[in-house]
Design a protein around this ligand. Structure first.
Ligand code: C2O
Ligand code: CU
Length: 464
């Protein structure tokens, strides 16, 4: 038996994911490179992908809460890349944001990541450079941080959901990369969902078995509506942060980059995870073989709390309003170009206010945050370490957005709101969130619909 707490990496409980043994003499190497995956139905050819170590998802990294992760990125791509450890309250220099926290890693070059993981929960990793293309091609993997004393369950299963856009030959549709239509509408929506890089996989379970399901939405832009048939499930965490357990009654929404942890008892022979928004697409099945026990385990399923404080000091908070505008069927008539990329490359940023048309057709920018399209040279706000930050997110437009803050979890300023690192805003919706800005550095804040991010919906804040 493997002792989980001494093992950095294990294979996924019962999927086809590769298992990489970790010892102290061989550092974990994560190499983005080309690979082949059976994504589509049996009658279409296998798909050429880009995967970490050639597979999708990449290797599962599984560590104990509070431990140190060391991972070497070896770039096997023909493009520059980085790795971002999504949702980890990490040291800024290890956050993996190209140009903001590190130089992007050239082909054949490498970068050593080393960080500790303060929170237990379900996290993941992905590139943060041309993310819209690199993730659409398959670069992502799970990062699981284990509690020292989790509630009782029989098995732990990570389910990484994706939504690919494949052409008739089963290959990634490359022609639509960079499509201004996608960028200004809902983003790159796929036509073929997978779970753990497989088409409608089956995971064999036992009757009355208790599963911990860790759902991760790794799609570029699709907001997924999930239903779990044949199981009695409780939601125990969002975005890696525990909540008081809530029964999953009918459906639950998982926006891009979000995670949901469930504790689920198999109560029927017809258990399946369904995408309810897609005329009931069966994302994966759980065929039952045998019986685990006569009756399900009791109802103690709450996860232990993570070390995060909501002792907000609202009186002395730095307060910011973020107006999200742009996209099709709405929008600003003009905006400034943020200019961060140009400044980083040593070029003169485009100055002045530019018309919507020129922004779109000259700069491929279709979204603006507070009237600035693309990463600004100056941060959205600065906070002193330990200061409370309040951000009012106002979605002025007609499209939903999944807003993600780096380096911090936040929560809405309403009673009992869960901690999140990514929050979904419906069209015309406003949400006010707060967090204690206790992690020094330059942190990105952007829409995790990756075409929106690329099309201008990115900014940053600084904790000094
Ligand atoms: Cu999951 Cu800025 O990223
Ligand atoms: Cu968006």
């Amino acid at each position: 038996m493997l002792n989980r707490r001494e093992t950095l990496l294990t294979g996924m409980a019962f999927s086809a994911l590769p298992s990489v043994a970790h010892t102290h003499t061989s550092p974990l190497v994560i190499k983005p490179q080309q690979g082949i995956a059976r994504l589509g139905p049996p009658d279409v050819p296998e798909t050429k992908i880009w995967g970490y170590n050639g597979t999708v998802p990449g290797p599962e990294i599984r560590v104990a809460q509070g431990s140190e992760v060391t991972a070497r990125l070896e770039n096997g791509l023909a493009q520059t890349t980085t790795i971002h450890w999504h949702g980890i309250r990490i040291e800024n220099a290890m956050d993996g944001v190209a140009a903001l926290t590190q130089a992007p890693v050239p082909p054949k070059d490498s970068f050593d990541y080393r960080f500790t993981v303060p929170d237990a929960g379900t996290f993941w990793y992905h590139p943060h450079n041309r993310t819209w293309e690199q993730m659409a091609r398959g670069l992502y993997g799970p990062l699981i941080v284990e509690e020292s004393e989790p509630p009782a369950y029989d098995r732990d299963l990570v389910l990484m959901l994706d939504d690919w856009r494949l052409n008739d030959d089963g290959q990634i549709d490359e022609e639509s990369f960079g499509s201004l239509r996608d960028w200004s509408h809902a983003g790159r929506l796929g036509n073929w969902p997978t779970v753990n890089g497989a088409p409608q996989p089956d995971y064999t379970v036992k009757r009355n078995e208790r599963l911990r399901l860790r759902l991760i939405n790794a799609a570029n832009a699709s907001v997924l509506v999930l239903r779990l048939d044949g199981m009695s499930a409780q939601i125990v965490a969002y975005d890696g942060m525990p909540i008081p357990p809530e029964p999953l009654e009918s459906t639950v929404i998982i926006a891009p980059a979000q995670r949901i942890d469930l504790i689920a008892d198999v109560t029927s022979d017809e258990a399946a995870l369904m995408l309810a928004g897609r005329e009931n697409f069966r994302a994966c099945g759980f065929p039952v073989k045998g019986q685990k026990r006569r009756t399900p385990l009791g109802d103690t399923v709450a996860l232990p709390a993570n070390p995060i404080s909501d002792d907000f000091d609202l009186a002395n908070a730095v307060k910011t309003t973020l107006s999200i505008d742009g996209g099709a069927m709405r929008g600003f008539t003009e905006a400034r170009v943020g200019g961060f990329g140009a400044a980083y490359r040593g070029e003169a940023p485009v100055k002045g206010i530019i018309s919507r048309r020129e922004l779109a057709f000259e700069h491929q920018l279709v979204w603006a945050l507070n009237g600035i399209a693309g990463m600004p040279v100056e941060p959205l706000f600065k906070a002193e370490a330990g200061q409370t930050a309040v951000v009012k997110l106002i979605n002025e437009g007609r499209w939903p957005h999944a807003m993600h803050f780096h380096g911090h979890h936040f929560r809405e300023l309403s009673e009992g709101a869960p901690w999140r690192d990514t929050i979904l805003l419906d069209p015309r919706e406003t949400k006010e969130v707060a967090f204690i800005a206790d992690n020094p550095g330059r942190w990105m804040l952007h829409c995790h619909m990756l075409e929106h991010q690329a099309g201008g919906m990115g900014t940053w804040f600084e904790v000094t």
